[in-house]
Design a protein around this ligand. Structure first.
Ligand SMILES: Cc1cc2nc3c(=O)[nH]c(=O)nc-3n(C[C@H](O)[C@H](O)[C@H](O)COP(=O)(O)OP(=O)(O)OC[C@H]3O[C@@H](n4cnc5c(N)ncnc54)[C@H](O)[C@@H]3O)c2cc1C
Length: 377
């Protein structure tokens, strides 16, 4: 049986950021990833937006880790030359009710400590985005976009240089607590292998609740069960993709599963619309994009992006949000904790890491490093 100090389950952005952060501590670290490469699930199926941090309720991990993560991410991108762009973002109000909602978002953003948020009149907004329609806008100066694959590549390369091992085609199928840690059973390339670890870090994204239940946690009682909420994207025809230079968002609907279908320019100069939000009835990871949604997408954005025609849209990709918040349910925060109070010291759960997980990843990694330091001292 192989032994390690730390077993990280999952090589998405969260597992990789944690591996890189911990790799400087001189501990043995193994990452087990069930796919044949890193970042093949949610971490490569998102908007690649570096969020400002205005949307998240005051005092939550989502607010704190988004803002700290965003600052760390811009610093890292500048130092390590990871492609990114601080584009700025406009949230567009098209009527009086939306204007009130924008005021609430701005107020919350200020309390959260988000820099550079301010109101714009229609004339000011038009100076930035002449082709966009609305009566006013909230401008977020700190929002940007990033090449998330290059970020993950950097994190993995650095972690490996510091001695971290990654095993692909390695699905964790069982975990048992024993006297001095945990024994994980892993299906690796058809073989069953066992790894003994002092600390297990569960970064399994859409399957993180299943991993938690493997070690005996009652996920219903603890409210750790995930709901899958699919988000689809459509691509805008290239002849119109340069007509928008900022991220352009609608005002979000209360209690919805996402931030509303928005326009995101990417670093290659394309423009995508999405994601929508559809709670799935089962846990089937179906990433197909429903072409019949084209009209819904068109109708939801044409009021603030009037130059679009339905024929400009073609189906692109989709992703699935691992949500703790049920459909129409109340806000739920990230779960990031050592489960010592459940009799499982050294078992660290990261559950419900939906948006802004990419933005927050460097701050999440630092938070986990602090938890691990407390355990190893
Ligand atoms: C549509 C959409 C748009 C988004 N947009 C943004 C955005 O613009 N900005 C932002 O900040 N965030 C955004 N997010 C959120 C962000 O993408 C996620 O928070 C982040 O990618 C989560 O990373 P992760 O590593 O936790 O999960 P994942 O990337 O899903 O990684 C989990 C890994 O665990 C592996 N795994 C699972 N089970 C096992 C097992 N039993 N054994 C071994 N390995 C296992 C999986 O194969 C996977 O590789 C968006 C999400 C979605 C769905």
């Amino acid at each position: 049986m192989e032994k390690t100090d730390i077993l990280i389950i999952g090589a998405g952005i969260i597992g990789l950021a944690i591996a890189e952060e911990l790799s400087f501590k001189g501990k043995n670290i193994i990452i087990a990833e069930k796919n044949i490469s890193f970042g093949q699930e949610t971490s490569s199926r998102n908007s690649e937006v570096i969020h400002g941090g205005m949307y998240y309720p005051v005092g939550t991990l989502k607010a704190e880790l988004c803002i700290n993560g965003r600052r760390l991410l811009y610093q890292l991108c500048a130092e390590k030359k990871i492609p990114h762009k601080k584009t700025g973002k406009l949230i567009i109000a098209t009527d009086k009710d939306e204007l009130l909602a924008l005021e609430a978002i701005l107020k919350q953003g200020k309390i959260n400590g988000v820099e550079g948020g301010r109101f714009m009149t229609e004339a000011e907004m038009k100076k930035l985005e002449p082709k966009v329609s609305g009566s006013a806008a909230l401008y977020s100066h700190e929002t940007g976009i990033i090449d998330s694959h290059r970020l993950m590549d950097y994190l993995l390369t650095t972690a490996e240089e510091n001695g971290v091992s990654i095993v692909y085609d390695a699905e964790v199928v069982a975990i048992e607590k024993n006297n001095d840690g945990y024994k994980a059973t892993i299906k690796n390339a058809g073989e069953s292998v066992e790894i003994k670890a002092l600390i297990v870090i569960n970064c399994a994204g859409l399957d993180s609740d299943t991993i938690a239940s493997m070690v005996g946690i009652d996920i219903l009682k603890e409210k750790y069960s995930l709901h899958y909420c699919k988000g689809q994207y459509f691509r805008v025809a290239s002849k119109k993709s340069k007509l928008i230079n900022h991220l352009v968002y609608p005002v979000p609907r209360p209690k919805s599963g996402g931030l509303g279908i928005h326009a995101t320019p990417d670093l290659a100069g394309s423009l995508r619309l999405g994601p929508d939000d559809n709670y799935l009835n089962d846990r089937n990871k179906d990433y197909s994009v429903d072409e019949n949604k084209k009209n819904d997408f068109f109708r939801s954005v044409v009021k603030f992006i009037p130059f679009l025609e339905e024929t400009d849209l073609t189906p692109d990709l989709s992703g699935i949000r691992p949500k703790l918040q049920p459909k129409e349910g109340e806000f739920r925060d990230f779960v990031i904790r050592d489960e010592a109070d459940k009799g499982l010291p050294g078992f660290i759960n990261l559950i419900g890491i939906e948006s802004p997980g990419l933005t927050a990843s460097p701050a999440i990694a630092r938070m986990v490093k602090n938890i691990v330091s407390g355990l190893l001292n």
